[in-house]
Design a protein around this ligand. Structure first.
Ligand SMILES: NC(=O)c1ccc[n+]([C@@H]2O[C@H](COP(=O)([O-])OP(=O)(O)OC[C@H]3O[C@@H](n4cnc5c(N)ncnc54)[C@H](OP(=O)(O)O)[C@@H]3O)[C@@H](O)[C@H]2O)c1
Length: 125
């Protein structure tokens, strides 16, 4: 049994990853923004698969997101074995025609979470 941290779990690929990991008997920590969806997902996964499901409702594009996640995981004292850093969104279309503010937000979200979440893995392994 491993402890898995997955970002972006309330829909799409991350949601599928989350169910796959718990169906294999792993405990999971879910990270997304929508608290209500996370609560529903937690109840559903715990009831169906009888594993430990924790969640952190937070916007990963915020400056302090990584600190907050690290602090919460340290408080829970859960050693993380796997990270699926999936949260994000796509802006489709020609680069010259897409919304530059969305492109910048996308980049800041990706760059701000990748490196520090790697630190979580180092700290807890
Ligand atoms: N689907 C594709 O064809 C495709 C192709 C290439 C790459 N990708 C990448 O794969 C990843 C998942 O794609 P998807 O299609 O499954 O996306 P999706 O259905 O839109 O799901 C995105 C997930 O990330 C969460 N999320 C988004 N922004 C967040 C933020 N700022 N902080 C915390 N959580 C956030 C969303 O939940 P909340 O709204 O509750 O926060 C949701 O659970 C993305 O990074 C995307 O860029 C997807």
């Amino acid at each position: 049994m491993e402890n898995v941290l997955i970002t972006g779990t309330t829909s799409g690929i991350g949601k599928t990853f989350a169910e796959k990991f718990v169906s294999m008997g792993n405990n999971i920590i879910l990270v997304s923004r929508d608290r209500q969806k996370l609560e529903q997902q937690q109840l559903y996964l715990q009831k169906k698969y009888h594993v430990a499901v924790n969640f952190i409702a937070y916007d990963l594009s915020k400056e302090d997101a990584v600190d907050l996640i690290m602090e919460q995981i340290c408080n829970w004292n859960i050693p993380i074995n796997f990270l699926v850093n999936n949260a994000g969104f796509n802006e489709c279309g020609l680069f010259t025609k897409t919304d530059i503010s969305k492109e910048i937000k996308k980049l800041s979200q990706r760059f701000s979470i990748r490196k520090p979440l790697g630190i979580i893995l180092i700290l807890h392994n």
